[in-house]
Design a protein around this ligand. Structure first.
Ligand code: ADP
Ligand code: ZN
Length: 750
């Protein structure tokens, strides 16, 4: 990794002030740690956490006054920089008009940076992305001035303005609208002393939440779980608990009781969801329980809203935040509870930029804040189950589905015995079952985790496959958009009229189905049914998703065809049949967690069926019915399956029984990538218990035009990988076109 060099210019006036204190300031730049500046003399010395303006070279930067931390283990953290001589320190220019960042956030930044081998300044940058660090100018409005009306000419317009004044100051535009007078009239009145400027109090957009607004009567089992979590909140100490229960067992209802308890204690709560598309339905339900909305946090939020929310979290005004993993970096001064819903979901892993696992970092955040964390799932990850088994996490289970709802029946359709007709993808058995539901006025969902029309386009004449020019990947046909697209880099091209390789005319054929193709098949086969396609590219916004969900709930739709977006915790009460078009899809790819992930995903899809009083059925189309994954799904015995998974991973120290880190080496040519990967491999450490796998070409050997090689570092749990990696890569100098990315606890192996 290239080390950034510091440009500290000589001979500025702000030198030679040894008598004043050094102030470490963390900048939002990839330095190994904070830089020292000269502190303003007391009482102006800014406290740790204060955001300040400091000079850097010719620029001015925003930084955060830092405190050297003793809780981060020394061998995790980078070696201290050789200190700049005090005589050459430059002075802090000023402080921003914001409360200091809480100490728990600062320690979280230190820890996350050390754990992921990221320069801490880049982690700070994530925390400040929405801070609104420019000075806030309070908006000014008008109140009654001291001038006497008797001594002035009072036109009707002026009188209307005075009549429109309220107790709180009104802005010029508001006042003009309310009175019908022009802004010029208002300004003239101010000049005459009839009006006086006053700051408008900041908007307070987060209404008070009432912990007892609408309570439901919990079942005995639910109540026991809720009371355990309430006690954990009252303990005001770190604890981690897995809340496990099938879909519909009332997990959400139970953890909202813990939220209520935190509200009673006046503390803040963070709820992480894997998918922002879920937030609309979640917040609606939240509002029914607490009488007002939670603050929402995700990347699709407008920048103004982000700033208001960030500030309200720091002020303690926003009590409950529901959001995507980036909400972990919000400046909660008083976090009293953290919840990770659908904790097993791999969407919690951030793969771009700073790579971190949102679930694991939520546990860290809670630990630092001294607050309980609750991990919620119907199909917990093996990581979390191992933590339960080791006694590190508590465990609460909800066995029964609430009310009359029963678990769906899961059955296999053996595609070898009941194949679809040529060119089609639904077995006659599945089609018949769908027909039956439609006849009864019930809803059906077909699940296929593949966007587009066909995953592969092939020339019938020469066998040529349409590939992405920038990636090791096939181009996916999107028939509705009349193009071929790469799902890795976004490359698109029109569907060519003849084969680009042999020139044969009309010889290109789509191979395999995507959901557009299933849609086509269903439209032809069930012409009466009202169809809806749900995929990330057809449901762009949380609003569009909410609208689709509403249409399903109101029975305006008979058949839903969707990708994994439909698997997430929706409640569809009239849905009684789920068909999984290709249950084998997730099993390939040689991914460590492929089987686990397939079971989790399909289990969750199955959970959509039979939510209310109508029992549901799930039909899995598979060519490998004897596979342990299919057997686990049919028997519904998730635990037995996970025990098998554990038995397979334990001996080789695969996660969660060992530690894993990936190095992704990339360059602009294949030769350069190979050379760099081999150079790194040649310097690999030889340590007992530590194993280096690779270098090997990544499955996506070419991605966005970059050639990629992978190495894996594997060790037993007792060995921390960070110091090993630091030492290994410390001497590395990279060329301009070379890159090494480190992925601690990798989830994707592409
Ligand atoms: P999960 O989170 O486990 O999927 P939910 O908490 O969403 O389960 O509960 C499923 C449905 O049952 C929801 O509509 C919820 O409001 C309802 N429900 C669960 N427990 C109760 C209860 N004790 N009283 C009333 N409704 C309940
Ligand atoms: Zn591509």
């Amino acid at each position: 990794m290239a080390k950034p060099t510091l440009d500290v210019p000589d001979g500025e006036s702000e030198t030679a002030r040894d008598d004043r204190a050094r102030l470490p300031v963390l900048l939002t730049l990839p330095f190994p740690g904070p830089l020292d500046y000269l502190a303003p003399p007391p009482p102006e010395t800014p406290p740790p956490g204060q955001l300040v303006r400091v000079p850097l070279g010719r620029r001015e930067e925003i930084g955060c006054v830092w405190d050297r931390d003793s809780t981060v283990p020394a061998d995790f953290a980078p070696p201290p920089e050789s200190p700049v001589a005090s005589a050459r320190l430059r002075a802090v220019r000023g402080a921003l008009d914001l409360p200091p960042l809480p100490v728990t956030l600062r320690r979280f930044i230190d820890w996350l940076a050390a754990y992921t081998l990221t320069p801490p300044g880049l982690v700070l940058a994530m925390a400040l992305r929405a801070a609104g660090t420019e000075p806030r100018k309070p908006a000014l409005g008008w109140v009654r001035g001291s001038a006497d009306t008797a001594s002035l000419r009072m036109t009707p317009a002026r009188l209307r303005v005075l009549a429109a004044l309220g107790n709180a100051p009104h802005g010029t535009a508001d006042l003009a609208a309310a009175s019908g007078a022009s802004p010029a009239v208002i300004r003239a009145m101010a000049d005459a002393g009839l009006l006086e400027a006053a700051p408008i109090p900041a908007e307070t957009p987060f209404a008070t939440l009432d912990p007892d607004f609408h309570r439901v009567t919990l079942s005995e089992e639910q109540d026991h779980a809720a009371e355990t979590l309430r006690a954990a909140v009252r303990a005001r100490a770190y604890s981690a608990t897995l809340l496990e229960g099938v879909t519909g067992s009332g997990k959400t209802e139970v953890y909202l009781e813990a939220v209520a308890e935190a509200l009673r204690l006046g503390r803040q709560v963070l709820v992480l969801l894997p998918e922002i598309a879920l937030s609309a339905q979640w917040t609606e339900r939240f509002a029914r329980r607490f009488g007002a909305q939670a603050a929402i946090w995700h990347s699709a939020l407008g920048s103004k809203r982000r700033k208001i929310t960030w500030r309200a979290v720091l002020d303690g005004q926003a009590r409950v935040v529901v959001g995507a993993r980036s909400a972990l970096f919000l400046p909660f001064p008083d976090l009293g509870l953290c919840i990770v819903d659908e904790e097993h979901d791999t969407a919690f892993k951030q793969e771009d930029g700073v790579t971190y696992h949102g679930r694991d970092m939520a546990v860290l955040r809670a630990r630092i804040a001294g607050a309980p964390v609750v991990l919620v799932s119907a199909t917990p990850s093996l990581e979390t189950l191992a933590n339960v088994e080791a006694g590190r996490y508590g465990h609460l289970t909800l066995a029964a589905r609430h009310g009359a709802a029963t678990l769906p029946d899961v059955a296999l359709i053996d595609m070898r015995a009941h194949p679809p007709e040529r060119g089609l993808f639904l077995s006659p058995l599945l089609a018949e079952a769908m027909e039956e539901r439609f006849a009864r006025g019930e809803q059906v969902m077909l699940f296929l985790n593949r966007r587009g029309y066909a995953p592969l386009t092939l020339c019938r004449a020469c066998g040529f496959r349409m590939e992405c020019p920038n990636c090791t990947a096939w181009l996916v046909e999107h028939r509705a958009r009349k193009e071929l697209a790469c799902h890795h880099c976004g490359h698109t091209e029109p569907i060519p009229p003849c084969c680009p390789h042999c020139g044969a005319d009309s010889s290109l054929v789509p191979i395999g189905p995507g959901i557009e193709r299933i849609f086509e098949e269903c439209r032809a086969r069930f012409p009466e049914a009202r169809l809806l396609v749900m995929a990330s590219d057809t449901l762009g916004s949380p609003q569009a998703t909410a609208d689709a969900v509403r249409r399903i709930s109101h029975r305006e739709v008979d058949l839903i065809i969707g990708t994994q977006i439909v698997a997430k915790g929706w409640h569809f009460p009239h849905l009684t049949l789920v068909g999984v078009v290709d249950a084998d899809l997730g099993l390939g790819g040689g991914d460590l967690r492929a089987a686990e992930r397939t079971v989790q995903l399909l289990h969750q899809v199955a959970g959509r069926a039979g939510r209310a009083d109508a029992p549901g059925t799930v039909l899995l189309q598979s060519y490998v019915g004897e596979h342990p994954v299919m057997q686990a799904l049919v028997s519904g015995d998730y635990r037995a399956f996970m025990a098998q998974e554990a038995a397979q991973r334990r001996p080789g120290f695969w996660p969660p029984y060992g530690r894993l880190a990936a190095l992704i080496v990339s360059a602009n040519t294949a030769e350069a990538a190979d050379a760099l990967a081999h150079a790194i491999g040649a310097h690999a450490p030889h340590l007992p218990g530590v194993e280096i796998l690779g270098p090997a070409p990544a499955p996506l050997a070419l991605l966005r035009g970059r050639h990629r090689r992978r190495l894996l570092l594997r060790a037993p749990r007792a060995i921390a990988l960070q110091p090993i990696l630091r030492h290994w890569l410390a001497g590395l100098r990279l060329g301009a076109q070379e890159r090494v990315e480190i992925d601690i606890d990798p989830v994707s192996f592409l």
